[in-house]
Design a protein around this ligand. Structure first.
Ligand SMILES: [Zn+2]
Length: 87
């Protein structure tokens, strides 16, 4: 089980959190986005092996979303920070 450091609450067990996926920028402007670009935005992720940036929510705690760097190979949590940059 992962011990996840919520930037607001401190370290908590993984079952208190919800995985939000990889941060992906929404393609704009919407009226000019092709079907292929939209499908890529909705369905395809890099799924890299190793250090990876992810969005998580402390859904069983404070309810805040945050950015976490995690190694997908070892599951080591490398960092966690509030959205916008501050740790
Ligand atoms: Zn929290």
């Amino acid at each position: 089980m992962l011990l996840i450091p919520c930037p607001w609450c401190g370290p908590r067990d993984e079952p208190e959190f919800s995985f939000g996926g990889e941060p992906v920028a929404r393609p704009v402007p919407a009226e000019r986005v092709s079907d292929a670009e939209w499908a890529d935005y909705l369905y395809f992720r890099d799924n890299d092996k190793g250090p990876h940036t992810e969005i998580w929510c402390h859904s069983g705690g404070c309810g805040q979303w945050f950015v976490m760097e995690r190694d997908t190979l070892t599951h080591a949590v490398l960092s966690a920070r509030k959205p916008g940059g501050a740790a």
